[in-house]
Ligand binder design. Sequence first.
Ligand code: GAR
Length: 230
Amino acid sequence: MTTPKKRVGILISGRGSNMLSLISAARAPDYPAEIVCVVSNRPNAEGLAKAQSEGVLACTIDGKAFDSREAFEDALDTQFKRLGVDIIACAGFMKLLTPGFVKRWHDRMINIHPSLLPSFKGLDTHERALEAGVKIAGCSVHVVRAEVDSGPIIAQAAVPVLEGDTPESLAARVLEAEHRLYPHALALFATGQAAVSGERIAGPQVPINQEKALFWPPLGSISGRDPNQT
Ligand code: GAR
């Protein structure tokens, strides 16, 4: 008997490029999750039309149309429950969620953030990474906890920072990694290969099939000395 696919609801606020990467991955017959709806808190989010043109149910639950955050979140909850959603995937969802809603979806809600968490939580991630002079940036997918951009980390990708990078050029390079990382992380989470245990994600246990460390700038480059060379 085949395991039923997890039913995923995606929350967006804007462009929706990560949403599209999940929709596209979920088209594969062997992908362990299906995207059952996209919900935006902003009526003018570009991602809404993109989801519709992919044939995915998309709607707005306008954050500004409710008297309280709790009332807004009750409407979200009702929509997701009505559609039998198992996992909420936040994809550029920029509205803060109350601890109460996060608790209701405990270990059933994940998020993508464009930094190597726990560094650079919050907004203006790339500006702050460049200001700090980091050589390696990246992105993370994590299980959502009440504190913003925190919670057990499912997967991360490291991305080099290039000389002359602007926040926009770095954001574009990280976004390419996001589009590959999020479908991978959702699949791990949906199958239970990445499961929360003691506020960390245990496993999966897989052999390393690539370089053990990413060196940036690369070892032996230009005038740098490769310590492996004698
Ligand atoms: C992405 O870079 C995502 O990681 C970030 O917003 C962008 C949304 O782009 N999310 C956060 O900063 C959440 N803290 P998209 O709408 O094209 O997916």
